[in-house]
Write a protein that binds this ligand. Structure first.
Ligand SMILES: C[S@@+](CC[C@H](N)C(=O)[O-])C[C@H]1O[C@@H](n2cnc3c(N)ncnc32)[C@H](O)[C@@H]1O
Length: 537
C-alpha cells in the first residue's frame, strides 16, 4: 500500500541514556532529562532525531539514507553518517555515539534503525517514478486520521488513564490474573499491547517477566517511562516503545501478550484488531494471550420506563407553535435519531426476559478481518409474557492462565465496571407470550471512525386463536451507531445493586466516580453536529 508524502504523522520514539557527536563532545545530550530518539521524516527523508525531552527544539538530526549503525557494547552504539562514495571507497564525516540504559533498549533501537532504513529504500525507488511514498500501516489503512488523532489525544492524558486505573474491578482482575499465574510470566518475554500508563507491564514485571516491551502510541508513553523509571526494581526489565503496534519493530518475539483492548460491547474502539495484529507480528507460536478470549452476551429485555424516556425525548419536536414555528416536520428525524443511539447504563438483570446467548471471540485464533463484520443469529425463548423493547448486551473476557482461570465480567448484577452494559432499543416493541420464540440477527459492521454500525432485527411469531395457519409475524429493526451512545449513568437509576455498592466501598476508600471510558472518549471524538443529545440540551 502506498501513501502520499504527507504521511508525517508516522513516527516511532525511544528513550536513550545519552547521545554525543564524536567531533564535538560539547554537543552531548545527556541524562539530566530523558533523551528521546525519534524516527520520522524530514522533507520526505527518513531520519532519527535526538533531543532532550525538556527541550525538543534543540536536536541532533541524522539522515538515515546515509547512515550506518554499529554496536560497540551491549549498551553503546556508534552511528556514522553523511557518507560520500569515491570509486569503491565509502567515507563518512560524522559519528554519533549513543548510550543505552539497557541491552533491550539498544536492540529495539537497532531493529527500528534497520526497519526505517528499508522504508527509505522503498521511498527512494518510488521517488524516481515521481511519486514519493512510504508504506502505510494497517492501522492508517482502515482508520480515519481525524478519528485516530482524537483517540490518541484522549489516551495521552493522565486523567483518562486514571479513570481506567480507578475501575478496581477491571484493574484488580488484571492484577489477580497476572499474579496468580506467575508461571506464565516468570522468565518470559512479554509485550504489553497499548500499554497506556504502563500498569500492566509493571504487573508482568512483578510476576517475574524476563523483559516487557510496553508499546504505546499516544503521548502517554512518556508518562509510562516516568512511572517505570520511578519503580526501578521493576523498570529495569521494561522497555517503553512509543508507536503503533502496527508499525513498531521489536527486537525479539514475545512468549505472552498482555493487553486491555476492550471497548463498549467488547469491540468498540476496534482495538481488538490491534491485539490480533500484535499476536501475528510478535507472539511466538502457541504463545499465551492475556486475555485469551471474549464473549458478547445478549438477551431480550423489557423496560417500559426506558422506552418511554427515549420516546419522550423526541416530543419536543411535536410542538406546532414554538415561538410561532411548527417543529413537527423534524419530529420523525428526531425520533429516529434517539432510537439510533445505543443506551449505556447499569440495568437490573430482572429486565431480561429470556436466558442470554453468547458470541465467542477467540483472540488466539480469530483473523483480524473477521472483526470487520460480526454477524450473530439470535434465538431466545421468552420466559414471561411482556413487551420486548430490544436487546441487552454485555461482555466478559477470560484469562486462561496455566494456574488459574480468571473472568472479567461486565454482566448486569455483577460489580459495575466503567463499561456498564449496553442496550439497543426497538422503536416498535414486540409482544411475546411465555414460551414463545424470539428470533433475529445482530449484524455489526466496522467503520473507519474506530467503531461499528449495528443492525438489529428481532421477530416473533404469534400462534393460536385468531393467528391463522401461518401465525402472525411481528418484526422490528433498528440501525445504531456504537460510537454515539446515550450515556444514561448520570440519570437516577431505578436499580441499585447493594453488592455492587459494597464492593465499590471496600475497594475504593476515596469518593471516586468511574466514568464510562467511551462516554469521555465520545466527548472527544464526536462531531458536534452528530451529537444528538448535545444539540438538544
Ligand atoms: C484501554 S487503554 C489500556 C491502557 C493500559 N494497558 C491499562 O490497562 O490501563 C488502551 C491503550 O492502548 C493504546 N493503543 C490503542 N491502539 C493502539 C495501537 N494501535 N498501538 C499502540 N497503542 C495503542 C491507547 O493509546 C491506550 O493507551
Amino acid at each position: 500500500m502506498e501513501v502520499a508524502v504527507g504521511q508525517k504523522h508516522k513516527q516511532l520514539e525511544f528513550a536513550v541514556a545519552s547521545v554525543s557527536e564524536l567531533a564535538s563532545p560539547s554537543s552531548k545530550i545527556s541524562t539530566s532529562s530523558t533523551v528521546v530518539a525519534c524516527f520520522g521524516f524530514d522533507s520526505g527523508v527518513a531520519e532519527v532525531r535526538f533531543y532532550r525531552e525538556s527541550n525538543p527544539d534543540e536536536a541532533l538530526h541524522v539522515a538515515l539514507p546515509t547512515s550506518r549503525l554499529f554496536k560497540l557494547s551491549p549498551v553503546e552504539s556508534v552511528c556514522i553518517s553523511e557518507g560520500s562514495e569515491t570509486g569503491k571507497q565509502q567515507s563518512y564525516s560524522r559519528a554519533i555515539t549513543i548510550q543505552f540504559r539497557k541491552d533491550e533498549e539498544s536492540r529495539a533501537f537497532h531493529c527500528a534503525f534497520e526497519q526505517w532504513k528499508k522504508e527509505v529504500v522503498i521511498q527512494g525507488s518510488c521517488f524516481q517514478n515521481g511519486t514519493l511514498s512510504a508504506s502505510k500501516s494497517k492501522f492508517d489503512d482502515k482508520i480515519e486520521l481525524s478519528s485516530a488523532k482524537m483517540y490518541f489525544h484522549y489516551y495521552g492524558q493522565l486523567l483518562h488513564q486514571q479513570n481506567m486505573l480507578q475501575d478496581y474491578v477491571r484493574t484488580g482482575t488484571y492484577y489477580a490474573a497476572v499474579i496468580e499465574n506467575r508461571t506464565d510470566f516468570v522468565g518470559r518475554v512479554v509485550v504489553d499491547v497499548g500499554a497506556g500508563s504502563g500498569i500492566l507491564s509493571l504487573f508482568a514485571a512483578q510476576a517475574g517477566a524476563k523483559h516487557v516491551y510496553a508499546v504505546e502510541a499516544s503521548e502517554m508513553a512518556e508518562y509510562a517511562r516516568k512511572l517505570i523509571a520511578g519503580n526501578p526494581f521493576l523498570g529495569e526489565r521494561i522497555t517503553v516503545v512509543k508507536g503503533k503496534i502496527e508499525e513498531v519493530e521489536l527486537p525479539e518475539k514475545a512468549d505472552i501478550l498482555i493487553s486491555e483492548p476492550m471497548g463498549t460491547l467488547l469491540v468498540n474502539e476496534r482495538m481488538l484488531e490491534t491485539y490480533v495484529i500484535a499476536r501475528d507480528r510478535f507472539l511466538v507460536p502457541n504463545g499465551k494471550m492475556f486475555p485469551t478470549n471474549g464473549r458478547i452476551h445478549m438477551a431480550p429485555f423489557s423496560d417500559e420506563y426506558l422506552f418511554v424516556e427515549i420516546a419522550n425525548k423526541a416530543l419536543f419536536w411535536q410542538q406546532q407553535d414554538y415561538y410561532g414555528v411548527d417543529l413537527t416536520p423534524l419530529y420523525g428525524s428526531a425520533f429516529q435519531g434517539y432510537f439510533s443511539q445505543p443506551v449505556v447504563d447499569a440495568f437490573d438483570p430482572r429486565v431480561l426476559v429470556a436466558p442470554a446467548i453468547s458470541h465467542v471471540i477467540d483472540f488466539t485464533s480469530i483473523k483480524e478481518e473477521d472483526l470487520y463484520e460480526i454477524d450473530v443469529a439470535l434465538k431466545f425463548t421468552a420466559s414471561v409474557g411482556v413487551r420486548i423493547h430490544g436487546l441487552a448486551c454485555w461482555f466478559d473476557v477470560l484469562f486462561d492462565g496455566s494456574t488459574v482461570q480468571r473472568w472479567l465480567t461486565t454482566a448486569p448484577g455483577a460489580p459495575t465496571t466503567h463499561w456498564y452494559q449496553l442496550r439497543c432499543i426497538l422503536s416498535q416493541p414486540l409482544y411475546v407470550m411465555p414460551g414463545q420464540e424470539i428470533t433475529g440477527q445482530l449484524h455489526m459492521i466496522a467503520h473507519n471512525a474506530q467503531s461499528y454500525t449495528i443492525h438489529l432485527t428481532m421477530s416473533t411469531k404469534m400462534w393460536g386463536p385468531g393467528a391463522g395457519q401461518g401465525g402472525i409475524l411481528q418484526t422490528s429493526s433498528c440501525k445504531l451507531d456504537l460510537k454515539e451512545p446515550y450515556y444514561r449513568m448520570s440519570q437516577p437509576q431505578p436499580y441499585s445493586n447493594a453488592q455492587d455498592q459494597l464492593t465499590q466501598n471496600l475497594l475504593n476508600t476515596q469518593e471516586i466516580q468511574i466514568q464510562s471510558r467511551d462516554e469521555e472518549l465520545s466527548e472527544w471524538m464526536q462531531e458536534p453536529s452528530l451529537n444528538f443529545d448535545a444539540e438538544l440540551h
